[in-house]
Design a protein around this ligand. Structure first.
Ligand code: TYD
Length: 208
């Protein structure tokens, strides 16, 4: 029987530097001999990518936005994440359910309870094995975003939205410190990668 793969998710407010590390994490795992599926949310399937296009550009109610995040996630779990883990692959996913707690629950003030209802409905058992929360002070995240290409609906939000989103991420990390590890993303890139590399090696050594 094939051992189940590992599920790693990457989180953080826009501009925290998460996406910079996503490709490097996948490459590092491949160099360690693992088969890796690198994917993202919202998205990761043809329908999910269509939903991503809508949710990042169209105005909609908060309920619609939240349900679309979970609709995309449902497809992603069924078509990509669960089959990959069953094959024994490692899945590296740029954002997952913690993002809904942070952005819709915190940033948009839906509250964690409402998000929890949908999480329970859809995927009560599947939690990431490790989540890295890339964390930077808000001013640094905003400065990095200012250099970015065309901002999407979330990236255009005001500073208070990101404060609430970051606070909700911190609350998640405080509640689940075994799974969610905070990475100080204001450090030089080599230091961030040294922390990630040490954790990846420890994960690869431990039983799934
Ligand atoms: P992001 O992951 O930052 O991608 P990029 O680096 O290409 O900008 O963009 C996805 C956006 O979607 C981000 O602003 C956060 C938002 N989002 C939510 O609001 N809720 C969710 O559940 C997820 C997965 C993402």
């Amino acid at each position: 029987m094939t051992a189940r793969g590992r599920f790693i998710t990457l989180e953080g407010v826009d501009g925290a530097g998460k996406s910079t590390h996503a490709g490097w994490i996948a490459d590092t795992l491949r160099a360690m001999g693992h088969t890796v599926v690198a994917t993202r949310e919202p998205g990761g399937t043809p329908l999910g990518e269509t939903l991503r296009g809508l949710v990042l550009s169209e105005s909609m109610t908060l309920d619609t936005e939240t349900l679309l995040m979970f609709a995309a996630r449902s497809e992603h779990l069924a078509q990509v994440i669960e089959p990959a883990l069953a094959r024994g692959d490692w899945v590296v996913c740029d954002r997952y359910t913690d993002a809904t707690y942070a952005y819709q629950g915190g940033g948009r003030q839906l509250g964690a309870d409402r998000v929890a209802v949908l999480e329970q409905w859809m995927q009560p058992a599947l939690q990431p094995d490790r989540t890295w929360l890339f964390d930077v002070p808000l001013e640094l995240a905003r400065a990095r975003l200012a250099d970015a290409r065309q901002p999407d609906r979330f990236e255009r939000e005001e500073a208070a939205f990101f404060e609430r989103t970051r606070a909700a991420y911190h609350a998640r990390a405080a509640a689940q410190p075994g799974r969610i590890h905070i990475v100080d993303s204001s450090q030089p890139m080599e230091q961030v990668r040294a922390q990630l590399y040490a954790e990846l090696q420890a994960m690869a050594r431990s039983a799934p």
